[in-house]
Write a protein that binds this ligand. Structure first.
Ligand code: F6P
Length: 360
């Protein structure tokens, strides 16, 4: 059976994209050596423009440890899926129609999409439009429903942990408060795990709106206990209690246009504090470099399971992980559903019990 399988990486990059594609391709070739794999360049843009290259075995040699994506990626907002492909041709075909057309013209048997939440929504619409889709959950934010973990997450946890570990020495030497802003979009998984792994004293996540006064009081108590420094790990999406009912614009105005929540918190504490406070924003550094050993193993497992789903013709699925096992989840069921940190999450509860403060 000579299958023709398309593959693309979409949205923000993350560690483990190349190792996942290696897993998919090698597992397919192992079972069906004549399989043709077409790698679309720069995510859905490549699918819209029929911009692809034929992938060979040597393309996946040496990429297990390589960060980024050998296919390139781009953000193609889901809300624009029905917009015209060419801005200057408003009556022309839409972006969605262009993608389906490429799929049909090339006679693909399947399309494997590596992406996060937005890419998953597009994958689901493509599936409903008749394309045979397999989605692989990529994001350092770990915010995709239907899987315990997405790939990239553990690598980013390692990096964010190293950043906070490094900050510890300066915080101790100078007796300062350090506010470290951790990525994660609207959820707190990355800040929670990196904060626990690095012994942060305070962890602030979007799921638990914080009270700046209570944070100040916690800082004061630490000083009374003769603790020289405090590390606050704050998720980029964290909000304070007075922002709970604000929309995006109201929040922006409330923060006086300070776009980073870490700097906003520093401002909130400024009037109350005598201790010196510094901010560290590691940003995209958290998405960079090689996948961790954990992610290399995870992506190999996910990639192989994706190949098996293709070989079995089991489409419209996201390949997830539950415990040690790979699972196939209906794309339709999970598409568009964000996985927040539940308040009874075992890591969150353990963190509270060892005395980490969550600002509430
Ligand atoms: O979704 C991954 C992520 O890194 C988020 O944590 C972050 O909010 C966002 O992407 C940054 O996006 P961009 O790379 O477009 O700046």
């Amino acid at each position: 059976m000579a299958l023709k399988v398309g593959m693309l990486t979409s949205g923000g990059d993350a560690q483990g994209l190349n190792s996942t594609m290696r897993g998919v391709s090698r597992a397919l070739w192992n079972k069906e050596p004549d399989t043709k794999i077409l790698g679309f360049l720069n995510g859905y843009l490549g699918l819209m423009r029929s911009d692809y290259r034929h992938m060979r075995d040597h393309d996946f040699s040496g990429v297990l440890t390589l960060g980024g994506t050998i296919l390139g990626t781009s953000r193609q907002p889901f809300k624009m899926i029905n917009d015209p492909l060419h801005e200057d041709e408003p009556e022309g075909i839409s972006r969605l129609e262009a993608m389906v057309q490429t799929y049909k013209d090339l006679g693909l048997d399947a399309l494997v999409v590596l992406g996060g939440g937005g890419s998953q929504k597009t994958a689901n619409v493509l599936s409903q439009a008749g394309c045979n889709i397999i989605h692989l959950p990529k994001t350092i934010d770990n915010d995709l429903s239907g899987t315990e973990m997405s790939f990239g997450f553990q690598s980013a946890v390692n990096i964010a942990t190293q950043v906070i570990d490094g900050i510890h020495t300066t915080a101790t030497s100078h007796g300062r408060v350090f506010i470290v802003e951790i990525m994660g979009n609207k959820v707190g998984w990355l800040a929670l795990h990196a904060g626990v792994a690095s012994g942060a004293d305070v962890i602030l996540i979007p799921e638990i709106p914080y009270d700046p006064i209570k944070i100040f009081q916690a800082l004061q108590s630490r000083q009374k206990e003769k603790k020289r420094f405090t590390i606050i790990a704050i998720a980029e999406g964290a909000i304070s209690i007075d922002e709970i009912n604000m929309n995006k614009d109201e929040r922006k105005a409330h923060r006086k246009n300070v776009s980073s929540v870490a700097y906003h918190l520093q401002n909130q504490l400024a009037d109350l504090m005598v201790q010196e406070t510094r901010v560290c924003v590691p940003g995209h550094f958290q998405r960079g470099g090689s996948p961790s050993a954990f992610d290399r193993v995870l992506t190999t497992k996910l990639g192989v399971e994706a190949a098996n789903a293709v070989l079995e013709g089991d489409f419209g699925k996201m390949i997830g992980i539950a415990g040690q096992k790979t699972i196939r989840v209906s794309l339709e069921e999970v598409s568009g559903k964000t996985k927040y940190v539940p308040l009874d999450d075992p890591v969150l509860l353990a963190a509270r019990q060892v005395g980490i403060f969550f600002g509430d």
